[in-house]
Design a protein around this ligand. Structure first.
Ligand code: ATR
Length: 285
């Protein structure tokens, strides 16, 4: 059981630096209210130099939290400072979800779960493909590579501007992962059933990268993990070329599910009301 303090409602946090733009409090407070549960979820700004003390206070109970989320720039250090990181967090070298249990700080990474669970909901069967293309080899692409590999996709092509970063990920995630530079994109897209963008390509207004999605298999799914804007330039192109698309907001919502269940003891549902709540927040900011 996750440790709870006597006679107090469970308290969870999200920490990052900066943290004020995090949408996690909206998500978890919506679920607390929707399910009539007692509990709190608050954003706590912690700088890099203060992070180790924050974790020490989390572990000794003086913060009063039963667990929480960790975001940029603390995901790697959170993994290293946890006592019991699970296999997913260990392979990624990064954690986004922490909880206290049996006197120890446990850690996992739910980004890959969020990616897969979202597509399971909106495009069931998305993983029944032989070849996937993942554009980008930054921090955010790792969990996607892990999730796609763990679903059994046979050939996963990671394409990145800096090919050495893609090569590092191919070494980390095993033989089914193949690394390429950007010029290889058209070739590796041929016959692929899944295309995932994890970069900010085309979003600075300067890029005019045109991608020919017709090389993909008929009906291949194109998805993006970026969710602001909801329709990224890559999704827009894919849509215009007649391909089904999935935006990145669902991954954000689904990655929050396992943490909520750990801290508050109830598995929440990602529903339209929650999605609309976040869309309204994106539009307002
Ligand atoms: P994150 O943690 O969000 O993934 P990141 O680690 O900075 O952020 O990675 C950003 C990704 O977008 C990288 O794959 C980056 O390519 P490089 O590794 O070559 O830097 C990619 N990226 C960003 N801007 C790009 C651009 N204009 N053209 C191509 N790739 C771009």
């Amino acid at each position: 059981m996750v440790e709870k303090r006597e006679n107090t409602a469970p308290a969870a946090f999200v920490t990052g630096w900066p943290i004020k733009h995090s949408r996690s409090p909206i998500i978890h407070r919506h679920w607390l209210k929707q399910n009539g549960l007692a509990g709190t979820y608050d954003a706590v700004a912690v700088s890099e130099e203060d992070f180790a003390s924050f974790i020490a206070e989390l572990k000794d109970g003086s913060r009063g939290f039963c667990g929480g989320n960790v975001t940029i720039p603390h995901k790697e250090i959170a993994f290293r400072l946890s006592d019991r990181p699970d296999d997913l967090a260990q392979e990624l070298g990064a954690a986004n979800t922490l909880w206290l249990q049996d006197g120890q700080l446990h850690a996992t990474n739910t980004d890959g779960y969020g990616f897969a669970a979202n597509l399971d909901t909106c495009h069931p069967g998305w993983d029944k493909v032989d070849r996937a293309v993942i554009l980008g080899a930054g921090g955010a692409s790792r969990a996607v590579i892990q999730a796609v590999r763990d679903r059994g996709v046979n050939e996963i092509h990671v394409v990145n501007r800096t090919v050495s970063r893609a090569e590092e990920l191919a070494d980390r995630f095993g033989q089914r992962i193949h690394a390429h530079g950007l010029p290889a994109l058209p070739e590796v897209m041929a016959g692929a059933g899944l295309f995932v963008n994890t970069t900010s390509l085309g979003m600075d207004g300067k890029e005019s990268a045109v991608i020919d999605f017709s090389r993909l298999k008929t009906g291949a799914l194109v998805t993006d993990i970026v969710y602001v804007p909801l329709e990224t330039p890559i999704l827009k192109q894919a849509h215009e070329q007649g391909y089904p698309t999935a935006d990145g907001l669902g991954m954000l919502l689904h990655q929050a599910v396992p943490g909520f269940e750990k801290w508050f003891g109830h598995r929440p549902t990602v529903d339209t009301a929650l999605r609309e709540l976040i869309i309204r927040d994106i539009q307002a900011t």
